[in-house]
Design a protein around this ligand. Structure first.
Ligand code: NAD
Length: 246
């Protein structure tokens, strides 16, 4: 059975991806941050995944830390045998206009959103190389493509992910490893719940479909990118935003 490792999968988009890939027949490794509340949520996601008849394990790791990622990848290999798909989904926001943003705000977002991907790639790519097969999907954002006021840290981290995706696609293509990115627009998750109703309504002005997206609508595109159907797709950024930019 193929194995998928999804980071930040205790809630929101990551949880939807874990459940969708379990439904597709993947054994799933559900990464969650070391917080106790995340562990409880991840265990609930694992139960839902197991209902599809696959194996599901939870792995606590702060993906901004290289040592945590190293340990997690080793544990997943030991428990599930391989890593065929990696979905780098974990992310945070600390939104402030540049004038108010501190160096700590900037560094924290870069560490979780961007450095984490380097940490995961360093540990997972050697595994995929040995297998001579792998699918990597990085979750970026429309903020990385177009910028967004109040998100200079977040948009920098998400734009960097696009460069990393294309570079990994070029470095590892000959090893039969694909690497693509998905750029969600505004998706209903705990991350966007924090926005005021006024901001939420205003954001929809630029969305052709005039509604927020659902986590499952991101999971469907990830499902395609880790499947055999996407075997000739690599280095691409697929925007799933209800038509924000046209
Ligand atoms: P969310 O806050 O609901 O979930 C984020 C997940 O990442 C949580 O499970 C959290 O525990 C985990 N996480 C955070 N820091 C971590 C760490 N250091 N180590 C391990 N796990 C950690 O957010 P979401 O909306 O589901 O976002 C998922 C991804 O999609 C993020 O990368 C986000 O930037 C991206 N995204 C979301 C939207 C949106 O509108 N919701 C839009 C564009 C991109």
């Amino acid at each position: 059975m193929a194995v998928a490792l999804i980071t930040g999968a205790s809630q929101g988009i990551g949880a939807a991806i874990a459940k969708r890939l379990a439904k597709d027949g993947f054994d799933v490794a559900i990464n969650h941050s070391p917080k106790e509340s995340s562990k409880e949520k991840a265990l609930a996601v694992a139960e839902e995944c197991k209902a599809f008849g696959v194996r599901a394990v939870c792995c606590a790791a702060d993906v901004s830390k290289m040592a945590d990622c190293e340990e997690m990848v080793k544990a997943v290999k030991e428990q599930l045998g391989s890593i065929d798909a990696l979905v780098n989904n974990a992310g945070i926001t600390i939104d402030k206009l540049l004038a108010r943003m501190t160096e700590e705000d900037y560094d924290a977002v870069i560490a979780v959103n961007q450095k984490s991907i380097f940490n995961m790639l360093k540990n997972v790519c050697p595994v995929m190389m040995k297998q001579k097969h792998g699918r990597i999907v990085n979750i970026t954002s429309v903020a990385g493509l177009y910028g967004n006021p109040g998100q200079v840290n977040y948009s920098a981290s998400k734009a960097a992910i696009i460069g990393m995706t294309k570079t990994i696609a070029k470095e590892y293509g000959r090893k039969n490893i694909t690497c693509n990115a998905v750029a969600p627009g505004f998706i209903n998750t705990p991350m966007t719940e924090a926005l005021s109703d006024e901001v939420k309504t205003k954001l929809l002005d630029n969305v052709a479909l005039k509604r927020y997206g659902k986590p499952e609508e991101i999971a469907g595109v990830v499902s395609f990118l880790v499947s055999e159907d996407s075997s000739y797709v690599t280095g691409q950024v697929i925007e799933v935003s209800g038509g924000i930019s046209m």
